[in-house]
Write a protein that binds this ligand. Sequence first.
Ligand SMILES: *[C@@H]1O[C@H](CO)[C@@H](O)[C@H](O)[C@H]1NC(C)=O
Ligand SMILES: *[C@@H]1O[C@H](CO)[C@@H](O)[C@H](O)[C@H]1NC(C)=O
Ligand SMILES: *[C@@H]1O[C@H](CO)[C@@H](O)[C@H](O)[C@H]1NC(C)=O
Ligand SMILES: *[C@@H]1O[C@H](CO)[C@@H](O)[C@H](O)[C@H]1NC(C)=O
Ligand SMILES: *[C@@H]1O[C@H](CO)[C@@H](O)[C@H](O)[C@H]1NC(C)=O
Ligand SMILES: *[C@@H]1O[C@H](CO)[C@@H](O)[C@H](O)[C@H]1NC(C)=O
Ligand SMILES: *[C@@H]1O[C@H](CO)[C@@H](O)[C@H](O)[C@H]1NC(C)=O
Ligand SMILES: *[C@@H]1O[C@H](CO)[C@@H](O)[C@H](O)[C@H]1NC(C)=O
Ligand SMILES: *[C@@H]1O[C@H](CO)[C@@H](O)[C@H](O)[C@H]1NC(C)=O
Length: 783
Amino acid sequence: MAYNPLDNRPNNSPYGSGDPYYHESTGYITPSNPKKGISNWIKIGIPVAILVIAGAVVGGVVGSRHHSSSSSSSSSTSGGTVPGGAAAASSAVSAKNAIGRFATATNTEFEMPVYPSTTNTAVFTSPTFLSAAALTWPQDPFQPGANPTPTQLRPDRPRLIAPAYKWAMLPTFIASDPYFKGWNDTIFGNATAYFSLPPVVYHMDGDSGILDNAREIKMRIKAFAYVYRMTNDTKWVDRTWQELQNAAGNGTTQFGPVADKWNTAHFLDTAEFTAAFAIAYDWLYDLWTDDQKSQIRFTMNLYGLGPGLQVYQGDPNGVGWWSKNIEGNWNCVCNSGLTMGALAILGDDTTGNAQALLGFTIDDAKNNCAQAVSNDGTWSETANYWYFGTTAHAEMSSSLITATGSDQGLLSVNPTFNMTGLFHMYVQGATSLFNYGDHGPNKFSTTANSMIFYASQYNAPQFALFQRDQHDAPEPWSMFWYEPSIYGAFWDGMPLDHFFDNQLDQWASMRSTWTDNNALYVAMKAGQLQGHQTHNDLDCGDFVLDALGTRWAGELGSGDYLSLDYFTSDEQNATRWLYYRKRTEGQNTILVDGQNQDVKALPKVTHGSTGETQGSSTVYSPPSGSTAYWVADLTSAYFNVTSFQRGVRTLNGRKQVLIQDDINSQGAIMWRMHTNATVNVDSSGTSATLTLDGQTLTMQILNAPAGAQITTGPTQRQPNDPPLPAGQSDQPNPGVLVVAINLPAGTYSLQVLFNPQWPGMQTSDFVTPASVPLNNWSLTSHN
Ligand SMILES: *[C@@H]1O[C@H](CO)[C@@H](O)[C@H](O)[C@H]1NC(C)=O
Ligand SMILES: *[C@@H]1O[C@H](CO)[C@@H](O)[C@H](O)[C@H]1NC(C)=O
Ligand SMILES: *[C@@H]1O[C@H](CO)[C@@H](O)[C@H](O)[C@H]1NC(C)=O
Ligand SMILES: *[C@@H]1O[C@H](CO)[C@@H](O)[C@H](O)[C@H]1NC(C)=O
Ligand SMILES: *[C@@H]1O[C@H](CO)[C@@H](O)[C@H](O)[C@H]1NC(C)=O
Ligand SMILES: *[C@@H]1O[C@H](CO)[C@@H](O)[C@H](O)[C@H]1NC(C)=O
Ligand SMILES: *[C@@H]1O[C@H](CO)[C@@H](O)[C@H](O)[C@H]1NC(C)=O
Ligand SMILES: *[C@@H]1O[C@H](CO)[C@@H](O)[C@H](O)[C@H]1NC(C)=O
Ligand SMILES: *[C@@H]1O[C@H](CO)[C@@H](O)[C@H](O)[C@H]1NC(C)=O
């Protein structure tokens, strides 16, 4: 696990205690052992007999499970009536299990799943949940009455996420389902690795966080408690106790100050510690002595639940800004941790904190956390903050369902929350996320496994089928959220493109296939520049481009979260907008007069797609007429611009990309793109060859305006930028170049064509599109 060095600069968050998060002073965290081996797909052979069986049953067997979305119980797994019956379902399960896990590896440079080249159409069918005849979770024996309240709890333990009836099924599922088997193995391996480590060492990141500590402890406790329950070996209980003692300040080394050990000033930490203790208390309930139980409760109340209740009772210490109108991950994480803590000890708690808290946290999360998803599914912070927000939202919803028999409305209060799974799928490129804005801290216990939970809760099996092959899938939550009756391939029927049109975050996602790490992926955003919990950049028109297994145009990510006034304001004059990575010049878009964009931007977008969906094969090439385009009117994002539209489209069956800027500007224009590639500008000055990861991409200015030249330069501040505050600096961006095109004030159509040099493609196979004004772009305008 890579850690970045931390420093002790003062916290300057607007939020009293500061956003918190982890700062990047040294660039990016990359996998410690990156391997590149993704281009040679492995052919797997499916035994013919199984194919025949599956071919015969599929279609009859594959029925969809209709349970009401956001139902009050997660246990209603019985499906619709399905023709074919139990025998057919069982054959289908045999066929899918014979394949094993669909992805053969995730140890690629970008940790993306590698899908084999196969046309196994018998099993790669539309995502669904098989009928009740298939391997599936039984109904929860705990069935609450008509109006389940948050304080009438299931009689048995565990209460949180993993009730006993589910543990009882795991040996069967592990024996019969390759995903359960693989995940169980990995969790055991991870738990064994953590076992021999010393307890997590307290590390205060300035006064803005011990969040890494809290999440690492939570990650360990989940694994230890899981392995105990799967083995009955009490060494795991002892090791859990050691970690609890350490985090309670009762270990052999100092753990923070006496008064505020879980750092309520930065309440995320408090909440994640509370969640960790809740899991330990609840999952190992029968193993603790009464004394131990009392000690765990004491510590949770003192450092977690007590301060949490104070937030809701006048907030005397001013640490509860997150509870008021914060539609973002903070509200989710804080309420989720407090809720899990309260549910874990309710009934044993003699302080009244647990009962009282449940009267606040659920409504607060419904009003705030659950509203962080826009009506198009986009998480209103960033693609990375989606992980923190939805992990907590899913943990809280799941805990409420198992403990009280109802999600208490958390899953349904926002009627389009279910769309956030689509957001995650489309914001994931062929190599990595369209990771605009801040990237956030280390993830530890945070994963994308909310996708697996939402799949069942929202009857959207494609979410789980997508996530189950990802590198972060194996961890205890997956073992309880995954439905073994799931069937099919997420890509079958999945549209290649999606346009997210909510004004807050307008953006486009276009790709050539879902199952090849070498795919073409281009994504571009417009949207508003405020209203993202101050995690955004001034980045209307910003894009990323993936092709040939690498990222050609990419993001710089977070600045140093401890920089002066990094989070204080997102007004035009905010200090945040002085830092390179947050400025417009730090984005892959147009810069006018070297100035930042206008924070009051209100872009308008139009778009089109020929609408292909990938079929069942992992081997997919879009037809030659397949295309998508997206045009944003960004005039409102600029000063000194009379009109400006930026468009992006795929060409030539999605093998090429055109980015076009139709602009009338009184200010000097600079086209900018950040890349890790080595760039060689050709002698004409209007085309360039980029090389990266052993691959090549050419870019070319079409119909080049007089004087337009491609240049390269370092990722550094423009000469006329306002100075940084005293003592502040930008983070280095090692290996990153800016590719730029400068034009004086004037009216232009600047067209930049990107040609990834696909294997086997001749120069003559590339198209040179006609010049078409963006106002005239259509699906056929470039045929
Ligand atoms: C879970 O994985 C561990 C480690 O591979 C293995 O020893 C154990 O038998 C597995 N559990 C079950 C129920 O198969
Ligand atoms: C868990 O184990 C897997 C498989 O060995 C490994 O790739 C992963 O990095 C481990 N996770 C952590 C958090 O140590
Ligand atoms: C652990 O103990 C429980 C309760 O005695 C028992 O039901 C279960 O089978 C045991 N599990 C293992 C893996 O020994
Ligand atoms: C830690 O020690 C304090 C003081 O002795 C005690 O009150 C508390 O219960 C202990 N907490 C745990 C989790 O052992
Ligand atoms: C989300 O729910 C709405 C309303 O039930 C439904 O129309 C839509 O298809 C769902 N979206 C997804 C991705 O499941
Ligand atoms: C450069 O590569 C790193 C590691 O893959 C990545 O995180 C970063 O976004 C890339 N930068 C650009 C500008 O593409
Ligand atoms: C930004 O402008 C507001 C309103 O004029 C002012 O109160 C604030 O101090 C300014 N902030 C900075 C960082 O200059
Ligand atoms: C607008 O353009 C003029 C002329 O180039 C320049 O002097 C002025 O600073 C620009 N204003 C802004 C806000 O960029
Ligand atoms: C753009 O579309 C308009 C209206 O359809 C048409 O009159 C005009 O000729 C088109 N211009 C170009 C350059 O295609």
